[in-house]
Design a protein around this ligand. Structure first.
Ligand SMILES: Cc1ncc(COP(=O)(O)O)c(C=O)c1O
Length: 413
């Protein structure tokens, strides 16, 4: 059991891998498989309670409304949504997104600034293609979103990490990181994945002040921003450092991830290059999926739907924090995010979360140990807990099992 989830980066190469060395690009050989995808296979084992997944809850997908919208798309548009379309994306959908930014107080986003992508994950790939030469510096939060580390690593940048505090980015560390030019700085200022941390108003202002003195792009990824349970929404970096900011958006967490509709908001010169990269990558994002999402958005009130998601995730988060207080030793610190899908926990005394993860799996509960969210660290004390797909009684039982694993793997905690 112990070796089951060893970081693939650490594993000795197999014969097949040595043979592959002669045919595969150097680029692909340096990128590990997604550790989370591996652990999710374990999550599917019978009887396992999973706090590991990062998926939205499928019971909340508006299946019936999408079925009705889908029929309307065929009735109204015939074969058009099954045809090739423009690389920029459906004009009506881009106009809808621009208008929503305006309503949310994000200034200066016009439909022409928006490129529809196949999820925000593709936006990361396109940005890498357009901006990063081998060895260029890329700044990441520490910890950061695993999918971004993986997407950007393809372009072989030099990653520089800036620690997250409860308030946001560590400002002295950011200033030091930006003292040497960096191409981009990838951040998730609202309910971050994995930590759940959101940047405070003051922290945003300080970050913007530092970055505005440079030519670094702030890439603000915001998949969870609309899933707020408590507290006040904070402003986007687009309002604080407009010339430096690129926005990433997605319908994955507020509607459904399966349609793969995301977008990128970029200034004209960058947009010009992103469009070339998009054309080369896949010509355009699914015409049908774009038309379906737009029809759904126009014929329904997406805010009513989002309120439903928020109510359910808020109550599941509450169940999880209560179960933590009930069962886990108080020496294990956890974040209390005001929204999103994750809690982030830290074991005391530098105890490895990998050890806990193995014991947890043996007790039929799984979490994601923290190391895949770091660049170049393999033994960390942090781990991620997701509450989006587990109901309150299951959360309670899962936390009981996790507490047992803590007693076995970390008796000093
Ligand atoms: C921070 C972050 N960015 C991007 C993504 C990818 O989202 P999409 O489905 O839009 O590609 C995720 C998905 O979990 C995420 O957590």
């Amino acid at each position: 059991m112990g070796k089951r989830f060893e970081d693939p980066r650490m594993a000795a190469p197999t014969t097949a891998e040595i043979t592959a060395h002669t045919i595969f690009s150097e680029r692909i050989q340096t990128i590990p498989r997604s550790f989370i995808r591996e652990i999710l296979k374990t999550a599917l084992e019978p009887g396992m309670i999973s706090f590991a997944g990062g998926l939205p809850n499928k019971d909340l997908f508006p299946v019936e409304a999408l079925r009705i919208a889908s029929e309307k798309v065929f009735r109204t548009h015939g074969g058009d949504p099954l045809q090739y379309t423009s690389s920029e994306g459906l004009p009506e959908l881009r106009a809808y997104i621009a208008d929503r930014y305006k309503k949310r107080g994000v200034k200066g986003v016009s439909p022409d600034d928006i490129l529809i992508t196949s999820g925000s994950q593709q936006a990361l790939d396109l940005l890498g293609k357009v901006l990063i030469n081998e060895g260029d510096r890329v700044i990441l939060e520490e910890p950061s979103y695993l999918g971004a580390i993986q997407a950007l690593a393809f372009f072989r940048p030099t990653f520089k990490t800036v620690p997250l505090t409860e308030e946001g980015l560590d400002i002295p560390a950011l200033a030091e990181a930006l003292a040497t030019p960096a191409k981009l700085m990838y951040i998730i200022p609202n309910f971050q994945n994995p930590s759940g941390i959101s940047y405070s108003k003051e922290n945003r202002e300080q970050v913007a002040e530092v970055v505005k003195k440079t030519r670094t792009y702030i890439v603000e990824d915001n998949p969870y921003g609309e899933l707020r349970f408590r507290g006040e929404p904070q402003t986007s970096f687009k309002n604080l450092a407009p010339d430096n900011t690129v926005l990433l958006g997605t319908f994955s967490k507020t509607l459904t991830p399966g349609l793969r509709i995301g977008w990128i908001v970029a200034p004209p010169a960058l947009m010009d290059k992103l469009l070339i990269a998009k054309q080369a990558a896949d010509l355009h994002t699914s015409s049908f999926a774009q038309r379906l999402v737009h029809t759904y958005l126009v014929d329904n009130d997406p805010d009513v739907h989002i309120a439903k998601i928020v109510a359910q995730y808020a109550s599941q988060q509450m169940a999880m924090t209560q179960a933590i207080e009930k069962y886990l030793p108080s020496s294990i610190k956890t974040t209390r995010p005001e929204g999103g899908m994750f809690l982030w926990a830290t074991l005391p005394n530098g105890i490895s979360s990998m050890k806990l993860s193995d014991a947890a799996i043996a007790n039929k509960v799984c979490v994601v140990p923290g190391h895949p969210f770091y660049v170049g660290k393999k033994d960390v004390s942090t781990f991620r807990l997701s509450f989006s797909c587990v109901d309150a009684p299951t959360i309670d039982e899962g936390m009981k099992r996790l507490a047992k694993a803590v007693r076995i793997a970390c008796p000093d905690a």
